[in-house]
Design a protein around this ligand. Structure first.
Ligand SMILES: NC(=O)c1ccc[n+]([C@@H]2O[C@H](COP(=O)([O-])OP(=O)(O)OC[C@H]3O[C@@H](n4cnc5c(N)ncnc54)[C@H](OP(=O)(O)O)[C@@H]3O)[C@@H](O)[C@H]2O)c1
Length: 239
């Protein structure tokens, strides 16, 4: 898949899915910039990737201290990408998470909105500047297959992940004549240490592996995926 020599921004790169996606891009020959909230986690990511991460002077993985929900920090991170590599081809919006909350707990809903929607919208807005100027871009965000219906204590999660799907549709419609695609993937339960701990009796082999999701993201952010935009794609593993 044609991401070799291209550059991608990956938010949530310190997470389980994010680490797999960063590795997949680097193994495919792309440059990656990872905006991170916690510098130490970013340094650990670079260390974990060894030679794949490149050198401090010539990084193939650039760790930037920037909260993806902070517009000014993301603008600076994007400028750094353009300055170093002269191009920004792809954005993977992976930052986010799951939290419980009842339908009357507005604060919990706002926290989930911030984690799952504000991060994606803000990082995208920053990346769109060079993408629109060049007339090329690939944007993938992460919703959740399990968020299609609200549960008694998953209000903010279901609302915010559904919002990412509707927002992606709007984004794709707004950009359809500009060479920029926007899609959202809908994983079910990811094979993640936290899920294994929470559900010790489940058959984890059925869950979708981070590497499997990474392969879908690499395809959706390749030039070959020009015909796919505004799609919400379930990535369910074997459940
Ligand atoms: N795990 C699942 O079963 C599952 C299922 C469906 C969808 N998803 C989605 O897949 C994506 C990746 O999840 P994961 O499983 O890799 O989880 P993870 O291991 O907990 O990683 C989450 C990543 O998102 C970042 N993040 C979390 N909240 C943030 C916030 N408020 N502002 C900025 N960054 C934030 C974290 O940064 P820090 O390191 O700074 O905390 C971390 O890099 C998430 O959007 C998640 O909702 C996960």
């Amino acid at each position: 898949m044609g991401v070799e020599g291209r550059s991608a921004v990956v938010s949530g790169g310190t997470g389980v899915l994010g680490r797999a996606v960063v590795r997949a891009y680097l193994e495919a020959g792309a440059h990656v910039a990872a905006p991170v909230r916690d510098r130490a986690k970013g340094d650990a990511l670079r260390a974990e990737l060894g030679d794949l991460a490149g050198t401090d002077d010539d990084p193939r993985l650039l760790v930037v201290e920037a909260d993806p929900a902070d517009r000014a920090a993301m603008d600076a991170a994007v400028e750094e990408v353009i300055r170093r590599w002269g191009r920004l081809d792809a954005l993977a919006n992976l930052a986010g998470g799951y939290d419980r909350g009842a339908p009357w707990d507005l604060e919990a809903m706002e926290r989930q909105w911030s984690a799952n929607v504000r991060t994606a919208v803000t990082a995208t807005t920053a990346c769109l500047r060079p993408m629109r100027a060049r007339g090329y871009g690939r944007i993938v965000s992460v919703g959740s297959f399990g968020a299609a219906r609200g549960g008694a204590d998953t209000t903010g999660y279901a609302m915010s992940k559904t919002a990412v799907v509707r927002w992606t549709e709007s984004l794709a419609a707004a950009l359809k004549d500009e060479g920029i695609t926007a899609n959202v993937i809908l994983p079910s339960i990811i094979d993640h240490p936290v899920n294994r701990e929470r559900m010790p009796k489940a058959d984890a082999a059925k869950w979708v592996r981070p590497e499997e999701i990474a392969a879908v993201i690499l395809f959706l952010t390749s030039p070959e995926a020009s015909g796919v935009t505004g799609a919400a794609i379930p990535v369910l593993g074997r459940v």
